[in-house]
Ligand binder design. Structure first.
Ligand code: FAD
Length: 402
């Protein structure tokens, strides 16, 4: 096996290349990207990068010289447009065709569009890449009223950043609570209060009918009323970029389906990161996760297979989101919990334990990094944690594990 081609020069794609070289892989590695830059981190794009003085060089995942030193060929701004599985070739937009022995698809996700009139007006933005963040950052410097459609991680992070820059901010969420897909109800309530305390207007159960304006957006009409805005961010979730895989006949269902080793329905092709759907012992049924942890650990799994020391992907899922001065951290997958025990320090910090029946699903913390790390260790070790134990007033997770 000599030629590894990776489609998608993001968090997961880069990590495959890095881990292969670290493991002594001597063959050729080609990283195919559709952006005009070397691989960079996305998390700061909705946070620190939206402040005026944050340089792009601070986002780089590796310095420029790394790629030549490590003999990793990066083909930027030249997306893969077709996979030919019988001949094991990837065709690029430029017309170039790359033969591969093993291929990794790390194509990430794209933003879901808002299917209403006015969604294409000037002043209406979405955020996925550095180019989007640069435009949004400039616009934040000129605008007075930001309206965010979608109260998920990214919408709320941008809302907090914009409040930090002094804009008036309104968040419209379609569901009955914030971040409803990923956090437990008490954590949603905590962040609702926190954003309101930051001065943001947050409205739940909102149905957006249209965006209005002539040349540029002037406001958003909902089923309940009208909200003026001179800048709008649409952050209503993402969908996997699995179009290449689908066109090539790979098994896809809400993403590219993979086994425990990240192998797709074609044994020569892997899929990892935001575009991949897999079975996790931490979930019931197949999941597709959008996080740096998931992208990096799945990439390491692929490298382990290619290096002949295959280790199945079995990491504890973990996430973070920085909103204003609040660091939310989640260990495990807490969706589907039927009981949540909240230990609230009452000092703007929080720890919430989620259970389904007697099974401990995960822990959510705000500004409690010690408990987050302890929760990750607990889940990795399949350590049992009982509901009545965490409810005891003197329960301390860190000493419990010691
Ligand atoms: P990506 O990093 O998105 O990389 C995929 C790459 O593939 C992209 O460059 C894409 O353009 C490219 N591509 C797609 N199709 C093709 C093609 N046909 N040919 C060539 N290239 C192609 N996660 C956290 O854990 N914590 C956070 O705080 C956090 N904050 C975030 C904030 C923002 C604004 C965003 C957008 C994401 C955030 N995430 C966060 C999510 C995290 O960044 C992603 O889960 C992670 O980047 C996924 O890695 P990936 O390699 O699967 O996809």
């Amino acid at each position: 096996m000599e030629r590894v081609v990776i489609v998608g020069a993001g968090q997961a794609g880069l990590q495959v290349a890095v881990s292969l070289r670290q493991g002594g892989f001597a063959g050729s590695i080609t990283l195919v990207g559709d952006e005009d830059r070397l691989p960079y981190q996305r998390p700061p794009l909705s946070k620190a990068y939206l402040q005026e003085d944050f340089g792009f060089e601070r986002l780089a995942l590796r310095p420029d010289a790394f790629f030549a030193d490590q003999r990793i060929e990066v083909l930027a701004n030249d997306p893969a447009v077709r996979l030919d599985r019988p001949t094991q070739r990837v065709s690029l937009r430029s017309g170039r065709a790359l033969p591969y022995d093993r291929l990794a698809l790390a194509t990430g996700a794209r933003n879901r569009r808002l299917a209403v009139d006015g969604a294409d007006l000037a002043g209406v933005h979405m955020l996925r890449g550095a180019a989007d963040a640069e435009v949004l950052r400039t616009e934040l410097g000129r605008a007075e009223r930001l309206l965010v459609i979608g109260g998920g991680f990214i919408g709320l992070e941008v809302a907090a950043s914009a409040r930090g820059r002094g804009l008036a901010v309104t968040v419209l969420e379609a569901g009955p609570r914030l971040m409803g897909r990923v956090v437990s109800p008490p954590v949603s309530d905590f962040f609702l209060a926190a954003h309101r305390a930051m001065g943001t207007t947050v409205l739940l159960d909102q149905r957006v009918l249209r965006l209005t304006g002539t040349a540029r957006v002037e406001g958003v009409e909902t089923a309940a009323g009208f909200h003026a805005a001179d800048l709008v961010l649409v952050a209503v979730g993402v969908e996997p970029r699995d179009e290449l895989a689908q066109a090539a006949g790979l098994d896809c269902a809400g993403g590219i389906r993979v086994d425990r080793f990240m192998v797709t329905s074609d044994p020569a092709i892997f899929a990892i990161g935001d575009c991949a759907v897999f079975e996790s012992r931490h979930a019931r049924g197949p999941v597709r996760l959008e996080s740096v942890q998931n992208a990096v650990d799945q990439a390491k799994c692929v490298a382990s297979v290619l290096l002949g020391e295959a280790r199945p992907y079995d990491s504890v899922p973990w996430f973070w989101s920085d909103q204003g001065g609040l660091k939310l951290q989640i260990a495990g997958l807490t969706a589907g919990a039927d009981h949540v025990h909240v230990a609230d320090g009452g000092d703007g910090r929080l720890v919430a334990y989620s259970f389904r029946g007697d099974d401990f699903l995960g822990i959510e913390t705000v500004n409690r990094p010690g408990e987050h790390m302890a929760g990750r260790r607990l889940l990795a070790a399949d350590f049992r944690l009982a509901r009545d134990e965490v409810a005891r007033h003197d329960f301390d997770l860190k000493t419990h594990l010691a």
